[in-house]
Design a protein around this ligand. Sequence first.
Ligand SMILES: [Mg+2]
Length: 251
Amino acid sequence: MSSSYKSITRQIAQSIRLIMTDIDGTLSEGGDSVISPVADAIVKLERKGILVGLVSGRTGPMLQKMAVQLNITGPLIAENGAIARINPSAPLLELGYSKLPANEALAKLYAAYPGRVSERWDNSERMVDIVFRAEGVPIEELRRLLPYVQVLDSHYIMHIMQKGINKGKTLLNILPLVANGAIVKDQVMVAGDSATDLSLFEIFPVSVLIRNRRIPPEESPMLKKVARYISDNEQGYGFAEVALHILGLLE
Ligand SMILES: [Mg+2]
């Protein structure tokens, strides 16, 4: 059960070498920029020698753009764990995932719900995960129709992709490559706001749930059960207060 971020101790703060954060609902409200308290806190964290990386459902190019904006040096994990780089200028790692299952599922959706399915512009630059909306179709129905892929709702957009891919597993897999293997699981802090971040909360012990009123009430108990800490404020303001708390403990 998550407790207040204020219960992150000095000892824990001093152990953190890498912060991996979700973007939508965690750093931002979903747009292309972050509020200045978030940008400022990230600069300070990096100055303290804590790598900051992004782990998001967004595309690789979108993450690279944000990494430049934020001036961060940590890993980038895009498309909900399907693609990754060990730092913003490193080449893509070969994780062995395919877009075929998602493409097949999308074709099936178009056939099942004529006129109700729309794709988002960025599908053309997506390598594994597909984003879409299916007007008025409950997620349970989509999951029944498409049992051979994952159907995820980030509450910003719906995702379909090959089964077995998630943010937490990918971060765990690439961690030995980050900073020449100097960082272990317990030295990573993860931050997120929705069910797409559950795998991060499950695998990494220093996990922070950032509050976001867009997340439906039925999803919150599950998130609070798994995440170790929780912010008071929402979205970017929540991330910034947690970051400042950690920075305060490192003074
Ligand atoms: Mg999110």
